[in-house]
Design a protein. Structure first.
Length: 255
């Protein structure tokens, strides 16, 4: 998307949303909600997602009226049909290896824990991260490189690097190999999602695909371990790097 953007305003909104996601502020100051066996931090994070999206909506409506994400129904299903199958295959492969690596499962979560931690939470993750990374930052960078024929590529690569770097914080406490793998595959996923956004001009497509990819984490609800099994680590790395390569091929294809 190459329409003119008020760059400073978009940058400020991007940084604000990134800060809110990484810090869980201000929701972390509002106390903890406990329900069933759901970890309280998930309610805090989801509340912060709502606040971040509300701020973004208000900014777009009253402060950055020229900002267009491509949040329309048109092109959603055709985009998923054209570019979604590789993500579904990768998700199934990774989810299966998580089940194998985490077996035998030693936790019996309630329905509500699986629903909130394994599904609803990831809806929020997909919405917030795609809005500020692809919808805001990638569009901003592409706008900055508007005089280059490779503007979209540069924007995707920079955004994907930052997307991968951001995953370092969530992986702290894990073995070094896990941190490196998560960073690399997050960068690759960023390339895939960013390329799909460029090809479809519809932000709902990468939002849905991001959500689908994150569903592979559901098996962790049934385990007391938070460590990545080696088989799942290798499978994730291979599958997601291949998605990144696929994304680069999409960009190369001018169709």
């Amino acid at each position: 998307m190459t329409h003119k953007l008020p760059r400073m305003k978009v940058l400020i909104l991007t940084l604000l949303m990134a800060f809110m996601e990484l810090s869980a502020l201000p929701a972390a100051f509002l106390g903890q909600v406990t329900f069933k066996d759901i970890k309280p931090m998930y309610f805090t994070l989801m509340l912060n997602f709502i606040l971040a999206l509300l701020i973004c909506w208000l900014c777009q409506k009253f402060w950055i009226k020229s900002l267009k994400f491509g949040l329309q129904k048109s092109g959603l299903f055709s985009g998923l049909q054209r570019f979604g199958l590789p993500a579904v295959i990768a998700t199934l492969a990774v989810a299966i290896t998580f089940c194998i690596g985490l077996a035998p499962f030693d936790n019996q979560p309630s329905f509500w824990r699986v629903f909130i931690e394994g599904i609803v939470y990831y809806v929020g993750v997909a919405l917030v991260e795609e809005v500020y990374l692809r919808g805001l930052l990638q569009n901003l960078l592409e706008n900055c490189f508007e005089n280059s024929k490779n503007a979209a590529l540069y924007a995707i690569l920079i955004t994907s690097f930052l997307f991968g770097f951001g995953h370092v914080f969530g992986a702290l406490g894990q073995p070094l190999g896990t941190i490196i793998c998560k960073t690399v595959w997050a960068m690759a996923l960023g390339i895939y999602l960013g390329s799909v956004y460029v090809k479809t001009h519809n932000l709902w497509v990468p939002i849905v695909l991001h959500f689908v990819i994150d569903l592979c984490g559901i098996p962790f609800c049934f385990s007391t371990s938070n460590q990545y099994p080696q088989i799942a680590l290798v499978t994730s790395l291979v599958a997601y790097v291949l998605l990144g390569v696929y994304g680069l091929l999409l960009l190369k294809n001018k169709d």
